[in-house]
Design a protein around this ligand. Structure first.
Ligand code: TMP
Length: 183
C-alpha cells in the first residue's frame, strides 16, 4: 500500500523569534500523535557548503553578497533529494528557515531586489505551510546572544521583517502568522 506523503512545514521569522524551540516542540507533538516527523534546518552547517556559510555568519570569513546568497540556495538544493525521499516515505519535515529567509535577508541588503533573490530557489519543494513567528525587532534584541553573528543588528532585522511582510503578500504560499509578545 502506498504511504501518504509527509507534509513540508516551514518556520520562519527574524533572528531570535524562537523558531528552533518551536520546531522541536512541533516535531515532538507530531511524533506523539503517531505521525513520523523530523526536523531540518537551513543553513545546514554540516555540509561543505554549510561550513562556508557558517564561517561567513560567524564573521570568520568574508564573502561577496551575491556569492553568499547563492551558497545559501545551493545549501538547500543539495538537500532536496534527501527531503523528497523522506516526504515520499511519509515523514513530515519541520524546517527551521527556508528560501523565505534567503530572500528576506539578502534583499534587506543594499542593491538587491526580491525578484533577483527569489530566482535561485525556484523549483524547490513547495511548503504545505509556512508558520511565521512575529516578534518585534526591539523585543528580539532583548533575547540572549542577539548580535553575536552577522546580521545581528536591530536596524538590519527591521529591514528583514519588512521584506518578510512583502513576501507574506504572496497568495500562493500558505502563510500563518503567530504574533509573539514578551508581555
Ligand atoms: P540560524 O542558523 O541561527 O538560523 O542563523 C542563520 C542566519 O543566516 C540568520 O541570520 C539568517 C541567515 N540566512 C540567510 O541570510 N539566508 C538564508 O538563506 C538562510 C536560510 C538564513
Amino acid at each position: 500500500m502506498a504511504c501518504k506523503r509527509g507534509a513540508l512545514i516551514v518556520l520562519e521569522g527574524v533572528d531570535k523569534a524562537g523558531k528552533t524551540t518551536q520546531c522541536k516542540k512541533l516535531v515532538q507533538a507530531l511524533q506523539q500523535s503517531g505521525r513520523p516527523a523530523e526536523m531540518m534546518r537551513f543553513p545546514d552547517r554540516t555540509t561543505t557548503i554549510g561550513q562556508l556559510i557558517s564561517a561567513y555568519l560567524e564573521k570568520k570569513s568574508d564573502l561577496e553578497d551575491h556569492t553568499v546568497h547563492l551558497l545559501f540556495s545551493a545549501n538547500r538544493w543539495e538537500l532536496v533529494p534527501q527531503m523528497r525521499k523522506k516526504l515520499e516515505q511519509g515523514i513530515t519535515l519541520v524546517v527551521d528557515r527556508y528560501a523565505f529567509s534567503g530572500v528576506a535577508f539578502t534583499s534587506a541588503k543594499q542593491g538587491f531586489c526580491l525578484d533577483w533573490c527569489m530566482k535561485p530557489d525556484v523549483g524547490l519543494p513547495k511548503p504545505d505551510l509556512v508558520i511565521f513567528l512575529q516578534l518585534s525587532p526591539a523585543e528580539a534584541t532583548l533575547r540572549g546572544q542577539f548580535g553575536e553573528e552577522r546580521y545581528g543588528t536591530s536596524v538590519f532585522q527591521r529591514a528583514v521583517q519588512q521584506r518578510f511582510e512583502q513576501l507574506m503578500k504572496e497568495p500562493s504560499v500558505n502563510w500563518q502568522v503567530i504574533r509573539l509578545s514578551e508581555h
